[in-house]
Design a protein around this ligand. Structure first.
Ligand SMILES: C=CC1=C(C)c2cc3[nH]c(cc4nc(cc5[nH]c(cc1n2)c(C)c5CCC(=O)O)C(CCC(=O)O)=C4C)c(C)c3C=C
Ligand SMILES: [Fe+2]
Ligand SMILES: [Fe+2]
Length: 319
């Protein structure tokens, strides 16, 4: 038996090859925590149809960013950085909700190391039933089946953690530095959208996002004008608004020529930053007459961000 604590990093995951796009999407569209389609017994069949239709376009997007999602490597780098800050008492493991390593594989690896104590750390800063909630449900299901008693606790949000805010503000400043006159740049916080029905049922995601934006703007001081918008709507129901696209159009219509995109909701690069913002919205902005379109870097292994995670774990251990 090992005295170490396992840090189980919970993340969405992504396809690690073009061939993995369909299984990734199938895992996502059959998860009733993120999307409910019809009665549960029918969902796998409807999901199959949706995935067959969606996969070719999504695969093309992944092809354009190098043939896979970088999320696995980026999450491993975060885990290594975190482990280095915390020392030998901790060992990190990764559980991807829709790709590998799965939660089951992660728990098997933890057990093989003889580790008993697990701190599950969600890498989504803002809590939503669709993301962190889904990962925690999966973890609880797998723990039940495991036939082995682990001692498990959770860190499930950090949207207002002072060092997270500091880390994000640093990235916004890096983005602003690319403008000749940063005060003229419009800051567009672009969060991943979520169906409005989640919010109506009490999901705190929107409130968490708004708080992050407010705290970052407070740290920046009297900087540029800012806006909050939502990207990556993925089904035909009503999602959070305004959309990033509509906001770009509105600002261009008002004669704004300089835009800084700040991706929220994720801590690493993935298809929504590398494709949706860097390729799709960048093209859109150009055609709208926007002269300078910059994206602030994702947190990835930002030393401040890793320090935030280490602080969360230390405080958790002390409490
Ligand atoms: C089907 C409904 C979806 C909801 C609700 C949703 C919410 C949501 N997602 C993220 C973060 C990410 N999503 C990513 C990809 C992705 N998401 C959906 C669907 C929903 N997301 C799909 C179908 C996909 C795959 C790509 C596509 O088909 O367009 C990713 C990227 C993964 C990667 O490439 O590594 C992230 C990250 C959040 C934060 C969120 C709600 C709060
Ligand atoms: Fe998503
Ligand atoms: Fe997308």
């Amino acid at each position: 038996m090992s005295e170490k604590t396992a840090l189980l990093l919970l993340q969405m995951g992504g396809p690690d090859s073009i061939a993995a796009v369909e299984p990734f999407l199938m895992n996502l569209f059959t998860d009733r925590d993120i999307i409910k389609i019809g009665p549960s017994f029918l969902q796998p069949f409807i999901a199959r149809r949706i995935v067959k239709k969606r996969a070719p376009k999504v695969a093309e997007h992944y092809r354009e960013i190098g043939g896979k999602s970088p999320i696995r490597e980026l999450t491993d780098a975060q885990g290594q950085g975190l482990q280095a800050l915390l020392g030998d008492d901790y060992r990190y493991f990764v559980a991807m909700r829709y790709s590998r390593p799965s939660t089951l594989e992660a728990l098997a690896a933890i057990r093989k190391e003889g580790i008993q104590k697990i701190v599950a750390v969600s890498l989504y800063p803002h809590y939503s039933k669709a993301t962190t909630g889904s990962s925690l449900n999966e973890l609880n299901r797998v723990l039940k089946q495991a036939g082995h008693r682990f001692e498990v606790s959770f860190i499930d949000r950090f949207y207002d953690h002072p060092i997270y805010i500091q880390a994000l503000t640093e990235k916004v400043r890096e983005g602003l530095a690319q403008f000749p006159d940063p005060a003229k740049a419009q800051i567009l916080f672009s969060a991943h959208s979520l169906p409005q029905s989640f919010i109506d049922e009490g999901d705190p995601y929107l409130e968490h996002i708004q708080t992050t934006v407010r705290l970052v703007m407070e740290q920046l001081g009297d900087a540029s004008p800012h806006h909050l918008c939502f990207q990556s709507k993925a089904s035909p129901v009503k999602w959070l608004e305004p959309s990033t696209e509509a906001t770009l159009k509105r600002l261009a219509g008002e004669g704004k020529k300089e835009i800084l995109m700040v991706p929220l909701s994720f801590v690493s690069d993935h298809i929504e930053t590398l494709h949706e913002i860097d390729i799709q919205y960048a093209e859109e902005a150009k055609s709208l007459g926007i002269e300078r379109f910059v994206r602030s870097p994702s947190l990835n292994s930002s030393p401040l961000f890793l320090e935030c995670l280490a602080d969360l774990v230390r405080r958790h251990a002390a409490s």
